[in-house]
Design a protein around this ligand. Structure first.
Ligand code: HSE
Length: 425
């Protein structure tokens, strides 16, 4: 039986999960996959992690050169994260001709072209299922499941931390601060949660997924990004009253005007499948011209779900002749030829405060009409003695029209704009 040796760099949550799956299911993989995959080396500085996983001391390397010069290592699994150490280690491994499996979205997103070149030079492969949406096999679905389609859109909830926070705000009326504190306590949010709550994590993943879906490089710099830190319970509640659930959405579209890629909070109609993806769950909803609409849903983080994605790549690499690269069309020419849309189209939710007197609402709707913004739904509630809160949802319009309208509403003193939130249309 074919033997394959694996080294794991980093035994944190993901690396630890991958180690457990590979060691505990070795016999199962021998029986079902016809290959004997052995963890022959690990690189981990924290002795407690090594001890708690029961790793034999003789396979613990003291530096990366021991790993890549080890003839019993065919595949290097990088689960360190970030680009500080991981980047050099991955290039060292590729330069040494080792196949690389990585869960590192930032690395893939920022260095795709260089990684691809390095892998091709030594005929090594590079695999990254675990970099996007944890246990949900979205990379393989795009590469091997729906490749006969032209994908027109990919929409998803691809960050579990923010989905947990927004779910607690929506279902249980929690404030943003309390929901974030709870997410931290439960281990969903990091001590510094900015990568998640400011949308960076989702933007890295969207850059990778839309590059795969649309067969062209969608660089991180072209992904519009807005996080959830400005979201108020008041808006969540008004949206709920109108039949919407608030989510942090990642949206990629291949349109006639060009490609758009954006991460921002958005209201989703309760009848849409994404509205019911709650807690720390993730989901990707894609539309292809042959397959139609398709949704994959599951755990986007955690030791075993993300370990499952890592090990799926290890098994793929161990059981296939020939190597796979990044599958991005990533030449400089391809990038400069692509048009990216920043004035995207969306429906919008507005919350405004205006004077509660004759003609105030009419001035507002006239100004919206002048900017080509048409209203679908509107509610008004008295707020202070002589003012009212107006919440409205628009038909699909342009981002630029909304920006112009908001500026004019404020400067002309027509109303005070409390918030503007995009609505999935
Ligand atoms: N921090 C991410 C999340 C998981 O909350 O979904 C890793 O990408």
């Amino acid at each position: 039986m074919k033997k394959v040796g694996v080294a794991i760099l980093g035994l944190g949550v993901v690396g630890g999960g991958a180690y457990k799956i590979l060691t505990e299911r070795r016999e199962f993989f021998r029986a079902t996959q016809g290959v004997d995959i052995e963890v022959t080396c690990v690189l981990e500085r924290d002795p407690e992690r090594v001890r708690s996983l029961g790793v034999k001391s003789e396979i613990v390397a003291s530096n990366v050169f021991e790993v890549i010069s080890n003839p019993d290592v065919n595949i290097v699994v990088e689960c360190i994260g970030g680009v500080a150490d991981a980047k050099g280690y991955v290039f060292d491994a590729l330069n040494a001709g080792k196949i690389v499996v990585t869960s590192n979205k930032e690395l893939i997103c920022k260095y795709a072209q260089d990684l691809q070149r390095a892998a091709k030079r030594t005929n090594a492969g590079i695999y990254y299922e675990a970099s996007c949406v944890g246990g949900v096999p979205i990379v393989r679905t795009l590469l091997d499941g729906v490749q006969s389609n032209r994908i027109s859109s990919i929409q998803g909830i691809i960050n579990g931390t923010t989905n947990y926070i927004l779910t607690r705000m929506t279902k249980d009326g929690m404030t943003y601060e309390d929901a974030l504190a709870e997410a931290r306590k439960l281990g969903f949010a990091e001590a510094d949660p900015s990568a998640d709550v400011e949308g960076f994590d989702a933007a890295y993943k969207l850059s990778i997924l839309s590059s795969l879906a649309f067969h062209t490089r969608v660089p991180f710099s072209k992904v519009f990004r807005e996080g959830i830190t400005g979201i108020s319970g008041e808006d969540v509640e008004y949206g709920r009253g109108l039949g919407y659930t608030l989510k942090l959405l990642a949206i990629g579209k291949d349109t006639e005007r060009g490609i758009e890629a954006r991460v921002h909070p958005a209201f989703v109609k309760n009848t849409h499948p994404l509205a019911n993806v709650d807690g720390s769950l993730n989901a990707v909803y894609l539309t292809g011209d042959a397959v139609g609409d398709l949704m994959l849903c599951g755990e986007g983080a955690g030791a075993l779900p993300t370990g499952s994605a890592v090990v799926s790549d290890v098994i793929f690499a161990a059981t296939h002749e020939g190597n796979r690269y990044l599958a991005f069309k990533s030449t400089a020419k391809a990038e400069s030829d692509v048009r990216f849309v920043s004035d995207f189209e969306s429906a919008y939710y507005f919350r405004l405060t205006l004077a509660d007197r004759a003609g105030a609402l009419s001035k507002l709707t006239t100004l919206l009409a002048k900017n080509n913004i048409s209203i679908v739904d509107l509610v008004q509630r008295p707020s202070a003695a002589d003012s009212a809160t107006v919440v409205l949802v628009t038909h699909t319009t342009h981002e630029v029209s909304v920006k112009n309208a908001v500026a004019r509403i404020n400067t002309a003193g027509i109303a005070k704009v409390g918030s503007v939130i995009r609505v999935l249309s």
